[in-house]
Unconditional design. Sequence first.
Length: 240
Amino acid sequence: MSHTVRVPILMYHKIERLNKASTVKGHYVSPNLFKKHLSLLKLMGYTAIPLSSLYRENAKLPKKPVVITFDDGYVNFLQNALPALKSVGYSATVYLVANQLGGTNAWDTSRGDVEERLMSVDQVLEAHRQGTEFGSHTLDHADLAAVSTDEAWKQIADSKSKLEADLGFPIETFCYPYGRKNLDVQKMVEQAGYRLACSTERGQNTAQTDRFALKRINVRRDTWAPVLALKLLRGDKHDV
Ligand SMILES: [Zn+2]
């Protein structure tokens, strides 16, 4: 990545109308608002690229790159986000929970949140055929800063090999569940063979940003298009 390029990475979860029973309402961005975000990005001159192409050698980055990420791999990505992304020629990167392909957000429902469906292997393959990149979000959406070293390694390394075996393509990037990590966890992610990892630290990325602690801009249900514009312009250092 060139030293002068500043790359925003957007973090979405669900592109779906609000389920009022949810305990994490902010994670629902409506399909209409998502379309407005995409129009705004176009208007601002951004080109969306998959995360892995950021640091690919000799990769020619667009003048204003943006990376659009979706955590957890909900079916509503395939239903609501992908058609909108394709209509503007954008691609995205989605983080999968390896033991829950075709399952549910069990890590949320165990804490009282509503159940949501996650993409099956066939659905992931369909989205992949349509240009979506996929990365790992551990085996079970584990809190890597809280579990033992052995368990953290299993969650990081085994999710990569399981996803690669189930899906048949390389898994090159990683995303820390809950944004929870420490330096040991970061090192394990590197040792397991990932090339990049997304955190939930706020801000934008330059050539100097740690490749295993990439910063993201949190996009929520109430992130109206002008607010997103402000986050992009200000670098999201301030909570706008
Ligand atoms: Zn997650």
